[in-house]
Ligand binder design. Structure first.
Ligand code: HEM
Length: 149
């Protein structure tokens, strides 16, 4: 019984150590915070005619991580199978402030569910985002003001 207890204590200790290592590695990379991202019609953010884009509902949860060089790695969620005007679409590629973003398929189903880019910024930050959207077979291109709050 004593032996079993010793063994169990060892397992718990090892698990605690592994978990502690995970936390340290995470903290060293900078904290990840959740932000709100809103897509507005191009050129309207901050003006009297500010208006949300028809594509805003395709923008999901956004996470921001500060890098050691002071820039931020931003991961913006995308809604898979987004429907507009009765047509279902998925994102093909996105350019943020002239730079191609990294497309992510986190659930590995062949459809992008987030995009990631690195920027130096102060919140709220307006970025110009150009989307290539695959609706049925036809790709649609559109640009908007992407604001990270
Ligand atoms: C994947 C998500 C989508 C995003 C992020 C997106 C984004 C945009 C953007 C930024 C514009 C420029 C005007 C505006 O901002 O409202 C736009 C316009 C437009 N989009 Fe989309 N779109 C998406 C899906 C679709 C789908 C599925 C359709 C269906 C055909 C569609 C049809 C249109 C049309 C007709 C316009 C021009 C008319 C308008 O300004 O509303 N979009 N889209």
């Amino acid at each position: 019984m004593k032996k079993l207890f010793k063994k169990l204590t060892g397992v718990v200790l090892a698990a605690t150590m592994i978990m502690a290592m995970g936390v340290t590695a995470f903290a060293a990379d900078g904290d990840v915070t959740t932000h709100r991202a809103v897509l507005y019609k191009e050129g309207t953010y901050g003006t009297d005619s500010q208006v949300e884009s028809m594509g805003n509902d395709a923008i999901g949860e956004t996470h921001v991580q500060e890098n050691s060089d002071g820039t931020f790695t931003v991961t913006v969620g995308l809604v898979e199978d987004f429907k507009a005007y009765g047509i279902t679409s998925n994102m093909k590629s996105i350019i943020v402030n002239g730079v191609l973003a990294t497309m992510l398929d986190q659930n590995n189903n062949g459809k992008y569910d987030a995009f990631q880019f690195k920027e130096s910024m102060a919140f709220p930050q307006k970025l110009t985002a150009s989307f290539t959207i695959k609706a049925s077979l036809m790709p649609i291109k559109a640009t908007g003001d992407l604001v990270i709050y």
